[in-house]
Design a protein around this ligand. Structure first.
Ligand code: HEM
Length: 469
């Protein structure tokens, strides 16, 4: 298009959800965000202005082109929002909460720790932890007529926390300390979400000392991790250190050197980045795996297809990292699960300067709510989007035409740094679980709804029955 055509084109005006309606919607939004946002898109189209909680102006979009513009094409103009920055009070200034040149410097340092080869090195550890979790369940099932009912979210939360904690910190924490760490993280996050969702209660929280209490929990969390990091540093610096340090993600952070100065990270930064890995790498994978269990229990034919492929490729042996490319069915099931239930269901950004997207004027300060769940459920990109069909992700299946119609790990330079780690972990769990068990849906248990908090988790836990094969 010629420049004067562009100039002649009138600016696009976005539909505005009226403030009174946003206010009325804010209760609906708190109770059922996915239903409420779906209704807004149905009425106002792919992109609309609304007031979050009736007060905060925001642009909600499920337009893949606009999502790509914000996350990738003009990413330099978009920073994390105040919501995310507020989280750093509790989880520090690591990759997830950082921005600008400092983020880039840190990202360059941390990213090599997640390359394929490093993840391959962690796959054995992942498998040990999966075996430790499934072994006792197999024994219980054997004593119980061949099957055991387990709460899916609790199982996956414990499993993924152990995987990420041991990948970062090896075997250094005792079981009781790991449980304490997990409890601290859960409590702190739940509190933070509350302060964002119901900000009008913050005066009450302050009055009751809830902020002080959670600041103290944060201090305890940092002290716990800090003590361990200092011990590790002291051990590797000691003359004639007895054994090589463990090959874990913490060691990667300690050994990394800035390109420009050749210096290592300051200890407080190592702590920030290690803590971010625990936070970012835990709940997301736990929720994806919980939904995977849910879907496999409700679609036994898909579980059988994974079992058949696994038997054909592996015979009776356990998978190694090198086998994973030949175990595609498990991977497609994981990918399709994250389409239906993207753990990061909404990503936010704020415009640093005025911008333009296809005639849409974006003033400095615009807050974007990039609605990944909406993208993944749009019938223009996905045939029968509510159906669980892992074969959509087979290499010969048609792909959606819009590049950002599927973005469970985000996109652009801030694409999830743990993508390869997470896919490996989830594929291994799926294969190992289905090698040992049939996954059954207990008769009479109602279907499970999603509860979108920071991540999309199930509303309450649910059981699956694991039957020994
Ligand atoms: C199913 C699992 C996971 C999902 C769905 C997921 C999703 C995402 C998404 C959508 C982002 C981008 C957020 C944004 O742009 O604002 C992100 C960033 C990030 N993720 Fe993940 N993630 C997963 C697992 C992991 C794991 C296992 C780790 C670590 C081991 C991890 C570490 C991170 C970090 C550090 C960032 C920030 C990257 C940056 O901004 O440079 N994630 N993740």
């Amino acid at each position: 298009m010629a420049d004067d055509d562009l100039e002649a084109r009138p600016p696009r005006v976005l539909p505005q959800v009226p403030r009174w309606q946003s206010l009325r919607n804010s209760l609906k939004l708190a109770a059922d965000p996915i239903g409420a946002l779906g209704a807004i898109h149905a009425r106002y189209g792919d992109t609309a202005r609304l007031y979050i909680g009736g007060v905060q102006p925001s642009v909600l979009t499920r337009d893949p082109g606009l999502v790509q513009h914000v996350l990738q094409k003009n990413h330099r103009n978009y920073a994390k929002s105040a919501f995310t920055r507020g989280f750093s009070r509790y989880i520090g200034h690591g990759l997830l909460t950082n921005d600008g040149p400092d983020w880039l410097r840190q990202r360059r340092l941390v990213q090599p720790g997640f390359h394929r080869q490093r993840v391959a090195g962690l796959a054995g550890l992942m498998q040990e932890i999966v075996a430790d979790a499934l072994g006792p369940l197999a024994r219980q099932a054997a004593q119980n007529g061949g099957a055991v009912a387990v709460p899916a979210h609790a199982l996956m939360t414990r499993l993924t926390f152990r995987i990420i904690a041991r990948s970062v910190f090896s075997t250094s924490f005792a079981e009781a300390e790991l449980d304490r760490l997990a409890r601290l993280l859960t409590e702190i996050q739940a509190f933070f979400v509350g302060t964002i969702r119901q900000p009008y209660l913050n005066w009450w929280r302050r009055l009751r000392g809830r902020f002080r209490y959670h600041d103290a929990l944060t201090a305890e969390l940092r002290a716990l991790l800090g003590r361990y990091i200092a011990q590790r540093q002291a051990a590797s610096a000691a003359p004639g250190a007895p054994a090589p340090p463990p090959d874990d993600l913490l060691q990667m952070l300690l050994d990394a050197r800035y390109e420009d100065s050749g210096e290592p990270m300051a200890p407080a930064r190592v702590l920030d980045e290690a803590l971010i890995l625990l936070v970012a790498g835990h709940e997301t994978s736990a929720n994806a795996l919980t939904w995977l269990l849910y879907l496999l229990a409700r679609h036994p034919a898909e579980a059988r297809a994974i079992q058949a492929e696994t038997a054909a490729v592996l015979g009776p042996r356990a998978p190694t990292f090198a086998d994973l490319p030949r175990l595609g069915r498990a991977l497609y099931a994981v990918q399709e699960t994250m389409r239906l239930y993207p753990p990061a269901w909404m990503v936010d950004r704020v415009a640093l300067a005025d911008d333009d997207y296809e005639g849409l004027r974006i003033p400095k300060g615009t807050l974007f709510s990039l609605y990944l769940y909406g993208l993944h459920h749009d019938p223009r990109h996905w045939d029968e989007p509510a159906e669980f069909r892992p074969a959509r992700f087979a290499p010969d299946a048609p792909r959606p035409l819009a590049p950002f119609a599927y973005a469970p790990f985000g996109g652009g330079p801030r694409l999830c740094v743990g993508l390869q780690f997470a896919l490996t972990e989830m594929q291994l769990v799926a294969v190992e679980l289905l090698r040992k068990f049939e996954v059954e849906w207990p008769a009479g248990q109602p279907p499970v709804a999603g509860q979108p908090l920071i991540t999309l988790r199930p509303r309450g836990d649910f059981d699956v029955r694991l039957r020994l094969r």
